[in-house]
Design a protein around this ligand. Structure first.
Ligand SMILES: Nc1ncnc2c1ncn2[C@@H]1O[C@H](COP(=O)(O)OP(=O)(O)OP(=O)(O)O)[C@@H](O)[C@H]1O
Ligand SMILES: [Mg+2]
Length: 223
């Protein structure tokens, strides 16, 4: 078996002496779809922040693409975030005055690869996710449309790992199914893994593994 994309052992993340993550383990293999559930405030976004190399304030062992995140330099971590990960944040973090297209290609701009091919790639992802208004500033888009722009932006650099924090929270059931159908197709084409915070039972049933975060520790819910 190939080495895990992400391997975490005994991760602790505290805020004001409260251990939000309390010696939890996690491992993600190539191409798998792992869902994380848990009550509000359980620490799901905190977990994604640590596993996604966005939050250095943890203790424990964290290997991302074989890189020891606790020992990596800021530029090594930035490269992992740029080249290895794609993120869909809970509140999107889009730039409201930029168009859907310009938001989507931002990671490629930061990687120095904003060529015409990247724009074509971005346009193809946007239209496959069902978004046609790619020149509209995102402040004019509906919440569901902004959700799709956030998803397209996360995928534009062809990441190995897609991290998604409640990616379908603002979509109706049909749009939610379309989003995950598209993610399945893109995942089969590109082989990326997904770690997603999810609540919808219908979508949870599509995951390879469902983990529940409870009292700072991840528990396997079903295989
Ligand atoms: N930067 C921070 N400073 C202080 N406390 C924080 C910080 N980030 C998170 N917390 C606390 O950590 C706990 C877990 O927060 P987190 O956002 O990870 O939960 P969550 O499971 O994602 O919740 P939700 O389902 O509502 O999104 C909360 O009690 C929160 O207040
Ligand atoms: Mg959250």
């Amino acid at each position: 078996m190939s080495k895990p994309l992400i391997e975490a052992k005994s991760i602790v993340r505290s805020f004001q002496n409260i251990k939000v993550l309390d010696h939890t383990d996690f491992s993600l293999s190539k191409g798998e779809f792992v869902a994380v559930t848990g009550r509000s405030g359980a620490g799901k976004s905190t977990l994604l922040g640590v596993l996604g190399a966005l939050d250095p304030g943890f203790t424990g062992k964290l290997l991302i693409n074989g890189v020891d995140a606790a020992k990596a330099s800021p530029s090594e971590l930035a490269e992992l975030r740029r080249e290895f990960m794609g993120y869909i944040f809970q509140d999107f973090h889009l730039l409201p005055n930029l168009s859907a297209m310009d938001n989507t290609i931002l990671p490629a701009v930061f990687s120095g690869t904003d060529s015409r091919e990247v724009k074509e790639h971005a346009s193809s992802i946007l239209s496959r996710l069902g978004l046609r208004h790619d020149n509209t500033p995102t402040r004019f888009l509906s919440r569901g449309e902004r959700q799709r722009v956030a998803s397209a932006r996360a995928l534009v650099n062809n990441p190995q790992v897609l991290m998604a924090d409640e990616p379908s929270a603002s979509l109706d059931e049909e749009s939610e199914s379309t989003l995950f159908d598209m993610l399945d197709i893109l995942r089969k084409e590109n082989g990326f893994a997904i770690i997603a915070v999810l609540h919808s039972k219908r979508i949870l049933s599509r995951a390879d593994r469902v983990l529940e975060l409870k009292e700072g520790v991840l528990y396997e819910k079903h295989a």
